[in-house]
Design a protein around this ligand. Sequence first.
Ligand SMILES: Cc1cc2nc3c(=O)[nH]c(=O)nc-3n(C[C@H](O)[C@H](O)[C@H](O)COP(=O)(O)O)c2cc1C
Ligand code: SF4
Length: 653
Amino acid sequence: MLEQQLQLKHTQLRNRLVMGSMHTGLEEGWHNRKRLRAFYEARAKGGTAMLITGGYSPNLRGKLTPISSSFNSYYDVFKHRAYTDAVHKHGGKICLQLLHAGRYAYHPFNQAPSAIQAPINPYKPKAMSLGSIKKTIKDFAHSAYMAEKAGYDGVEVMGSEGYLINEFMAPHTNKREDEFGGNLENRMRLALEIVKAVRAKVSEKFLIIFRLSVIDLIPNGSTPDEVTIQAIELEKAGVDIFNTGIGWHEARVPTIASMVPPGAFKEASKRLKDVVSVPVIAVNRINTPEIANDILTAGEADLISMARPLLADPEFFNKYVNKQSKQINICIGCNQGCLDHVFKNKRATCLVNPQAAFELDYPLEQATKAKNVLVVGAGPAGLSASCYLAQKGHHVTLIDQKEQMGGQFNLAMQIPGKEDFNHTLNYYTNELARLNVSVKLGKAYNDSMLESYDDIIFATGVRPREATIKCNDGKRVFAYDEVIRGEVELGKSIAILGAGGIGFDMVAFLSEHKSQTISDFKTQWGIECEPQPHKDERQLYMLKRSAGRFGSELGKTTGWIHRQVAKQHGVKQIADCQYNSFDKNGLSITVAGETQTLPVDTVIACIGQVSNNEVLKNQLDNAKVHVIGGAKLASAIDAKRAIFEALQIARSI
Ligand SMILES: Cc1cc2nc3c(=O)[nH]c(=O)nc-3n(C[C@H](O)[C@H](O)[C@H](O)COP(=O)(O)O)c2cc1C
Ligand code: SF4
């Protein structure tokens, strides 16, 4: 169980929860030092047993980007003392991750075992010379030595996800003919020499965690048998704990997005556990105490890594151990606030917790005077605003003209792969009760309410934009919300108008897309990893007015998955398209000047939203009226912005 201590050789972990490595964007330079310290401190204070920092390169060439962080000097030692002290003060342990990016390094000086370019990087690597390999081994050892000086309890050597060490292990990227390439013994030599060199440079009590790629999910990666041998040899070389690595960054198999069922990769940790005698950490999409405990009690791992779940809630462990699990703000795997930010060189944060990595920027202070606040609308913006305001000590009333709370959350959680939005709705429902928010459903706003409150927040959300297509023969264009709510009868040949997030969600919904787990890849483990095509009952078309690529506005880390789902289900996509009319023969469209009729029996509009803000038209000049979320701007459904604005408005009242 999560609360059990774990005695390592010389170190005791106070429980089984590890914060997985996360590069937040606060690591570089000196100016964000206090912010990063506050970020780590909050997670240590929240009860997490051990934190692993984001990846730091042991040398210049291994940096992920030219401005990414490295760790190898006394300047770094001095800077990092602040982090290790803050974590130790709260009884936690902290390890530094050493990551050499190899051919994923996004700069022209990148190096790899062989000069084979990664499909996700425009920079072709140079094959490393023997001298360069030896120097890299020394650099890892030196960084570990410095990490111990900085007060770290250990290092995690990053040997997975397709970075340098992993590239040496896999025949896919290692075509060397010297002692570091060819047979398995040679391919794993770099990993083993790094571990031995680190062990020789640090004290006996200093932990070495190795993140081992258990399943590469690329063609010509390490086979399961090879992984077994790698693990056994690495343990002999001095590894104290194994962390599980799943899939290279270039793998076309979802490994962490919301479409991945929680706990999907526990079998990978189990495979490691079966062959080593040191503790093993399970990873990826373990987002509730229940899933964590199932894995621990089944003996599938000894420790549980949660990375994003600790962005979503730094108090995860304390809430669990104090029997307040219902109060945990659960990570929904959306990547919108965290990884999608990192890929845009923005600071990582969290959709459901905009204070993550902004602890010092957006604190929520207690109100000096408790006010009466009315929140209108119980969707993402209204729910979160009510909770933040009540946390500050205000008296909050939340009304919604509907009989059900949740707004757009209710639609989102019906989409395959977005079921976890249910967690967020449950979280807010529980918090409203705990914080004594007065909730009145089925109650519409009217101006007579203005008198009774000090402040009024309109969070009335959005409704679907209606399509203006001429319809004949009793046909009608359906709105996406009525389709998701099951209010209309659908045919077998369906045109989806719009190729934004909702258009792609509609594809997953109509094709009843099923996410795959690691079991589906069992027979192909390490050999062939392309998901198998599905057999669909319905023919779907996806149309958009603009020219260009479908799904170009989707998030970097999930857009490719949505496009892959559409491909798997044989969705026919037509861009640069004008919609003319819809009748019993189908949908008339004009593409590149030519008019044609698509043989569809159903048309669904996923063409955006309009704000539901009519009720406040007369009140815009009123100083006590505030508008947030979709009611303010309906350009796209955006729960991240809604919750962020809710936090900001609560901070200002
Ligand atoms: C913002 C962010 C940055 C990350 N940076 C690193 C990193 O530097 N090194 C690493 O090994 N993994 C990194 N990861 C991956 C996580 O360690 C973890 O494997 C992944 O998020 C899945 O676990 P989770 O479902 O518990 O979040 C990062 C993840 C996120 C969300
Ligand atoms: S942004 Fe989404 S995936 Fe990232 S931590 Fe928050 S809830 Fe989880």
